[in-house]
Design a protein around this ligand. Structure first.
Ligand SMILES: *[C@@H]1O[C@H](CO)[C@@H](O)[C@H](O)[C@H]1NC(C)=O
Ligand SMILES: *[C@@H]1O[C@H](CO)[C@@H](O)[C@H](O)[C@H]1NC(C)=O
Ligand SMILES: *[C@@H]1O[C@H](CO)[C@@H](O)[C@H](O)[C@H]1NC(C)=O
Ligand SMILES: *[C@@H]1O[C@H](CO)[C@@H](O)[C@H](O)[C@H]1NC(C)=O
Ligand SMILES: *[C@@H]1O[C@H](CO)[C@@H](O)[C@H](O)[C@H]1NC(C)=O
Ligand SMILES: *[C@@H]1O[C@H](CO)[C@@H](O)[C@H](O)[C@H]1NC(C)=O
Length: 297
């Protein structure tokens, strides 16, 4: 076994000498680190303690994904965050032109799902809204148990997922559970997310997650990118939305933004949270959302 694995590694090295390395600029909202054919992308919004998804996040990812679409050497892309307790809280709703931003977000999410590389999320902290939509569009998701929550809280704000979250989730957890979590705007922890298939596996310790992902990528990196991406394409054909499907969601989301009820709920949110920081409020958002509907809120 060991002998043949070495032979494959030698073959992979020989092949890699004829391809060019991925060259990446510095991004404001992302950190990147390439080790041979494995790229790590760390989502890092320097202006947000809850790692809001903003224009910098999106500009960086659009550029990076454009390069990965052309790259035939990189085999695996791993997405992480280095903001304590938050993977990505959600979309920054203060972005000026959401009607333009959201369709671009949907296109990006589709482009990520269709990358020729294998994509993996390594999650610690909260991943809701756009953060969870990124994750469910990836090929695999792993998380630590202690302080991780996932959710699509949009319905609680009078909205609904606008970038494919409600189309990828049924494929992962089934229609009934997708209905339950999206319509209730409730959080799910990593243990439960593992049990129902929202994520592949949950770990007690960060080191356990990292070594599991290392072992997995050390196999994936041996194989031809064309075989990895061909297998992805056919799995996605049966289990992932098309670009048009996702753009349908971005259109209806932008329309819903104009519904007066969205502004009314947003005003109640401001009032309810005025004495706390976003950092504190967003820690247990799933529990807080129903309070917006108390009579005296
Ligand atoms: C790069 O990947 C190899 C193979 O997984 C690993 O042994 C090495 O420690 C990594 N290097 C860095 C700088 O992370
Ligand atoms: C990658 O692309 C380059 C340039 O297009 C080409 O020369 C090379 O053969 C390709 N390598 C693989 C492994 O497909
Ligand atoms: C998505 O990929 C297509 C090429 O397939 C490209 O034309 C488009 O600009 C990309 N969009 C985004 C938002 O990344
Ligand atoms: C669990 O997460 C909390 C919040 O980040 C942290 O304070 C605590 O040390 C963590 N516990 C373990 C066992 O990792
Ligand atoms: C995770 O969620 C499940 C289902 O709600 C619950 O039973 C369990 O106690 C939670 N685990 C932790 C560590 O909070
Ligand atoms: C916020 O603080 C102000 C001033 O301390 C207080 O009057 C108000 O009732 C508080 N609001 C809430 C929702 O706790």
């Amino acid at each position: 076994m060991r002998f043949s694995s070495l032979r494959y590694q030698t073959l992979a090295c020989a092949l890699s000498t004829i391809v060019r390395a991925l060259e990446l600029p510095d991004y404001i909202g992302l950190k990147t680190s390439l080790n041979r054919s494995v790229l790590e992308v760390t989502l890092h919004n320097p202006n947000s303690p809850i790692n809001l998804w903003n224009q910098d996040t999106q500009d960086g990812l659009v550029d990076l994904v454009g390069k990965l679409q052309q790259d035939n050497e990189t085999k695996v892309v791993i997405f992480r965050s280095d903001i304590p307790r938050y993977f990505v809280a959600h979309l920054d709703l203060s972005i000026p032109n959401l009607a333009k931003f959201v369709p671009s977000f949907g296109n990006l999410i589709y482009n990520i799902s269709a990358l020729p590389q294998v994509t993996i999320g390594a999650v610690e902290g909260r991943a809701r809204g756009a953060g969870n939509e990124l994750l469910v569009a990836l090929d695999m998701r792993f998380a630590t148990k202690n302080d991780t929550l996932f959710g699509q809280p949009e319905v609680g704000s009078g909205l609904f997922p606008g970038g494919g979250g409600s189309q990828y989730l049924p494929g992962l957890i089934g229609r009934g559970l997708a209905m339950e979590y999206i319509l209730s705007a409730n959080d799910i922890n990593a243990t439960e997310a593992e049990r129902i298939g929202w994520i592949n596996k949950a770990f007690d310790k960060t080191a356990d997650m990292d070594s599991y992902i290392d072992r997995l990528t050390s196999r994936l990196r041996l194989f031809p990118q064309s075989a990895l991406s061909g297998a992805k394409d056919t799995i996605n054909l049966r289990s992932a939305p098309t670009r048009e499907d996702i753009l349908h969601d971005t259109t209806t989301f932008v329309r819903q933004l104009a519904d007066p009820v969205v502004g009314q709920i947003s005003a109640r949110t401001q009032k309810l949270v005025q004495n706390s920081s976003a950092f504190e409020v967003e820690l247990n958002l799933g529990e807080i959302i129903p309070l917006l509907y108390d009579d005296d809120a």
